[in-house]
Design a protein. Structure first.
Length: 299
């Protein structure tokens, strides 16, 4: 039996149980999880343009707004418009279209009166950050952007949080972190991560870098002098004493010193792992989080 048939049977068999009936109309077919946006059955089928299934659920009392949202999410514009004609609100259509990344349809919906905040929520849920940034500039509520990013499953670990925050300028980052802190949940941002996000944002904007390029550049900026020696396997006493004396010496200076001492160019040094390579014996911390524990061979 399909998921759809299971839901319909349960609704029909429990027609007198109002609470259960409402839950079944709104519950996802598969297990509910972060990133599923509490997908209702009728939204799911509308997103697949399965109009027969949608009509059966609507007849059982499912929300036409959820159906319209699903149709817009799936890019079924004609069907979404039909559902608007049958009573669905345009805000639901705009939110679904924003979630699905259908920007042209979203903008048309805004011109027809859709709420820009509903659009910002959907765009953040879908991870469409360029559009989110534009909507913030047009006055969208940053609280809904923070909420949408969390609901969309884009803030589940430090790497995701870093990618999300670094996309925006530092003023927006501070506002987003302030909103996320109110949730007192896994979307909270620690101070160390906040500083990294701001550094990444600065690098991306000042040097026109994408996230990965900025990550490399930021890692280089965070390398301590002992990290560099570990990565080059340099163990002579003079170098180690110097590194311990100047633990935060600018990495660029060390590249010049090491280039002189080793006869290697900076690109050759990078090739040895100073910049991009693994650090199996070093205590460094990457931009996105702590490195792996040292292997026994490094002790």
């Amino acid at each position: 039996m399909s998921g759809f048939e299971t839901i319909v049977r349960l609704i029909e068999q429990n027609a007198d149980d109002v609470i259960l009936k409402d839950q079944l109309k709104m519950t996802a077919i598969d297990s509910v999880k972060i990133g599923s946006y509490a997908f209702s059955a009728v939204s799911f089928f509308a997103s697949k343009n399965n109009q027969h299934a949608v009509n059966r659920l609507l007849a059982l009392g499912a929300s036409i707004n959820y159906a319209a949202r699903g149709a817009a999410l799936g890019g079924h514009r004609q069907y979404a418009e039909e559902l608007i004609g049958r009573g669905a609100y345009i805000d639901w259509v705009a939110g679904g279209a924003a979630l699905g990344g259908h920007r042209e349809y979203v903008e048309e919906s805004i011109r027809r009166g859709a709420d820009i905040n509903t659009v910002a929520l959907g765009a953040a849920q879908g991870g469409h950050l360029e559009y989110v940034e534009e909507l913030l500039g047009r006055g969208a509520d940053i609280n809904l952007v923070a909420r949408g990013a969390a609901q969309g499953g884009h803030l589940q670990n430090d790497e995701q949080k870093l990618r999300f925050l670094a996309f925006f300028d530092t003023r927006v980052i501070d506002k987003l972190v302030s909103e996320l802190s109110k949730s007192n949940g896994p979307a909270n941002i620690q101070d160390t991560l906040l500083k990294r996000a701001k550094k990444m944002s600065q690098l991306m904007r000042e040097h026109s870098l994408d996230f990965e390029q900025a990550l490399v550049k930021a890692e280089r900026a965070h390398l301590g002098t002992m990290d560099i020696l570990y990565r080059l396997r340099i163990k002579d006493e003079v170098s180690i004493n110097a590194a311990q004396s100047f633990p935060v010496l600018n990495a660029d200076v060390w590249y010049k010193i090491l280039s002189y001492n080793t006869g290697l160019t900076e690109n050759q040094l990078i090739g040895t792992g100073v910049l991009l390579g693994a650090n199996p014996c070093g205590p460094s911390e990457s931009v996105a989080g702590p490195s792996s524990p040292q292997p026994e061979s490094c002790s």
